[in-house]
Ligand binder design. Structure first.
Ligand code: PEP
Ligand code: MN
Length: 265
C-alpha cells in the first residue's frame, strides 16, 4: 500500500485543514517533553508566531535510562491540549503503548518513536484508527524496514502515515546520530507517503539544526520537526538540541525562503 508504483501521486495528509505532502510543507515545533503549563503555552504561542503549523510535545517519553524524566503522562496530554486550545495548533505527541490509545482521542497526529518502529502490535492497533500517524525511523532500521512498518499500519486500513528520518547510528560519534539525508529522495522514490526530517534528534546539537533543516528541504522533504524550548538550559530532556524561540524564529525565516525556492507552499 505504501509503494509508489501502486499509487504514483504523492499522498497529501490533512491535519485539521493543514496539508502535508505533495507541494505542502509543514513545520512541527515544540519542546521534547511537556513540562509545565507555562512552558507549553509559551512555546506554543512563540512557535505559532514564527509560522509553525503544528505543535509537538512528549507526554510519554521513551528514555534510555529508567531514572531519567519519563514525561508527565496523561497530565502532559492535558497540558498539550490546553496549548492546542490556546493557539489552535494541531498537536503531535508520542504513544508508547496501545493501552494508552483512549487518552489520545483529541491528539491530532500520533507519533511512533524510533524505539517503537518495530513494535508490530502497536502498529497494528494504530492501523485500526482513523488518524494520521507520524512514524519515525528506528535508529538502526533500513529504509525498507521503515516502509514495512508503515505497511503494518496501512494494512489495517489507516493509510495516513507520515514517515520521519531522524538520524541513524553510524560509526560517527561527533553527532548524536547521523542524518541519513539520502533516505529522503530514496523514500520519495519508493513511496507516495510524505517524508519529513527531524534535524534535532539527528544532530543532538543546537547549531546543526538550521543547516540540516536546509538540507532536508533541498533533498525534497515535506516537512521538518524541530525541538524548541523557552529555557533550553533547564529542559528536562534534550536541552542541548533545543532551539530558543528566537533561534527558531531565525530558522523559520530561512525555511520560508528555501521552501519557496523549491516550490513548496
Ligand atoms: C522525540 O521525538 O522526542 C523522540 C523521542 O524521538 P526519537 O523517537 O526519534 O528518538
Ligand atoms: Mn527529544
Amino acid at each position: 500500500k505504501a509503494n509508489r508504483s501502486m499509487h504514483p501521486q504523492d499522498s497529501v495528509i490533512d491535519i485539521c485543514g493543514k496539508k502535508l505532502g505533495g507541494n505542502h510543507f509543514q513545520v512541527i515545533a515544540g519542546p521534547c517533553s511537556v513540562e509545565t503549563r507555562e512552558q507549553m503555552v509559551e512555546v506554543a504561542e512563540d512557535v505559532k508566531a514564527s509560522g509553525a503549523g503544528l505543535l509537538r510535545g512528549g507526554a510519554f517519553k521513551p528514555r534510555t535510562s529508567p531514572y531519567s524524566f519519563q514525561g508527565l503522562g496523561s497530565e502532559g496530554l492535558k497540558l498539550l491540549l490546553e496549548a492546542k486550545k490556546a493557539t489552535g495548533l494541531p498537536i503531535v505527541t508520542e504513544i508508547m503503548s496501545a493501552a494508552h490509545l483512549d487518552l489520545f482521542d483529541d491528539v491530532d497526529v500520533i507519533q511512533v518513536g524510533a524505539r517503537n518502529m518495530q513494535n508490530f502490535e502497536l502498529l497494528k492497533e494504530l492501523g485500526k484508527i482513523n488518524k494520521p500517524i507520524l512514524l519515525k525511523r528506528g535508529m538502526s532500521s533500513t529504509i525498507d524496514e521503515l516502509l514495512m512498518s508503515a505497511e503494518y499500519i496501512m494494512a489495517g486500513g489507516n493509510e495516513q502515515v507520515i514517515l520521519c528520518e531522524r538520524g541513524i547510528r553510524t560509526f560517527e560519534t561527533s553527532m548524536r546520530n547521523t542524518l541519513d539525508i539520502s533516505a529522503v529522495p530514496m523514500l520519495k522514490s519508493k513511496t507516495h507517503l510524505p517524508v519529513i526530517v527531524d534535524p534535532s534528534h539527528a544532530a543532538g546539537i543546537r547549531f546543526m539544526v538550521e543547516p540540516l533543516t536546509m538540507a532536508a528541504i533541498a533533498a525534497g522533504a515535506d516537512g521538518v520537526m524541530i525541538e524548541v524550548h523557552n529555557n533550553p538550559e533547564k529542559a528536562l530532556c534534550d536541552g542541548m538540541q533545543s532551539l530558543t524561540p528566537q533561534a527558531f524564529d531565525d530558522v523559520m525565516k530561512k525555511v520560508k525562503k528555501t521552501t519557496e525556492f523549491f516550490g513548496k507552499v
